[in-house]
Design a protein around this ligand. Structure first.
Ligand code: C2E
Ligand code: MG
Ligand code: MG
Ligand code: MG
Length: 281
């Protein structure tokens, strides 16, 4: 490999680095404009009860509706937003949109809990708008119990006192707490329980293998059993097939999320889906 690049190896590397830096600068500039012009939208992915596949929750997932590039995945811009503190403004947009959607759902008589992803940066920053959420809810006629806050294992494990205080305040106010991408880090279930966690979300990479790998199935079964012993409920992520659904149902998993049930969709489509489902019942 190195030999192939020969004497130009160094120059090649530099050009690539410059390209990456330029790409980053362009993206950052676009991102600032996007925030100012409100080019973002929340999509909603249903979360179903395993036993009857009824829609009881949904996860709000941010999308960037880029004027030229179309829909940009959060995996491409969340990390940059986190590095540049733009995540705070974005976090407020996410919270406000989720509140609006909950108001609509309440008016229509749909009892659905909404999950929102909160970045670790929102917890660790010295000044965080998280502190005002509960107050904002009161003004909007909403209750904290209608929200699930999704955080990642990394945040729990290296939690600063400030983060711990914020988590404790939110759970005390009634926000439910879910640990996202569970199984990919090193958190102990006992610690999660102590932090007043309500749900663990088993990561897609475990769900992917359960139909073909006895080990993956055993891992999922063990996570579900341990979670239940501690009084936590389990949401399995990334369920794509009927077989995966069946295996997780048999394993006692409480809730499921994945393309097998529905993909993330715009607010209007999600509301239409709920209305249709209400009529059919
Ligand atoms: P996540 O929170 O673990 O979200 C689940 C991701 O899995 C979503 O990707 C969802 O579209 C995808 N997914 C769900 N079911 C399936 C399935 O059956 N098959 C496949 N292949 N994928 C499935 P998405 O929306 O691209 O989001 C990626 C990540 O970006 C999220 O992972 C989350 O970490 C972050 N993210 C998304 N929205 C937000 C947000 O509003 N705020 C923050 N801070 N992070 C967000
Ligand atoms: Mg999530
Ligand atoms: Mg709680
Ligand atoms: Mg996840």
């Amino acid at each position: 490999e190195a030999k192939q690049h020969g004497r130009n190896g160094f120059a090649f590397f530099n050009a690539q680095m410059r390209e990456q830096a330029e790409h980053r600068m362009t993206l950052l500039k676009d991102l600032r404009v996007a925030l100012a012009q409100q080019q973002f939208a929340l999509y909603y992915q249903p979360i179903v009860k395993m036993t009857d596949q009824s829609i009881v929750k949904a996860e709000a997932l941010i999308r960037w509706l880029h004027p030229d590039k179309g829909i940009v995945s959060p995996a491409l811009f969340i990390p940059l937003a986190e590095e540049t503190q733009l995540i705070h403004g974005m976090g407020e947009f996410i919270f406000n949109s989720a509140c609006e959607t909950l108001c609509t759902l309440n008016q229509l008589g749909h009892q659905v809990q909404l999950s929102i992803n909160v970045s670790p940066v929102q917890f660790t920053a010295k000044h965080s708008t998280l502190n005002n959420w509960h107050q904002q809810l009161n003004a909007k006629g909403l209750t904290a119990e209608q929200f699930v806050i999704e955080i990642t294992e990394g945040l729990m494990m290296n939690a600063l006192p400030r983060t711990q205080q914020r988590l404790a305040a939110l759970t005390k106010q009634g926000f439910a707490l879910a640990l996202d991408d569970f199984g990919t880090g090193y958190s102990s279930l006992a610690y999660l329980k102590q932090m007043d966690t309500d749900f663990i979300k088993i990561d897609k990479r475990f769900v992917d293998g359960i139909a073909n790998s006895a080990d993956d199935l055993a891992l999922c079964e063990a996570m579900i059993m341990m979670a239940h012993q501690l009084g936590l409920k389990v949401i399995a992520e990334g369920i794509e097939t009927a077989t995966q659904h069946q295996l997780l149902l048999q394993a006692g998993c409480d809730f499921g999320q994945g393309f097998y049930y529905a993909k993330p969709m715009p607010k209007d489509s999600f509301i239409k889906l709920l209305n249709k489902y209400l009529k059919e019942r």
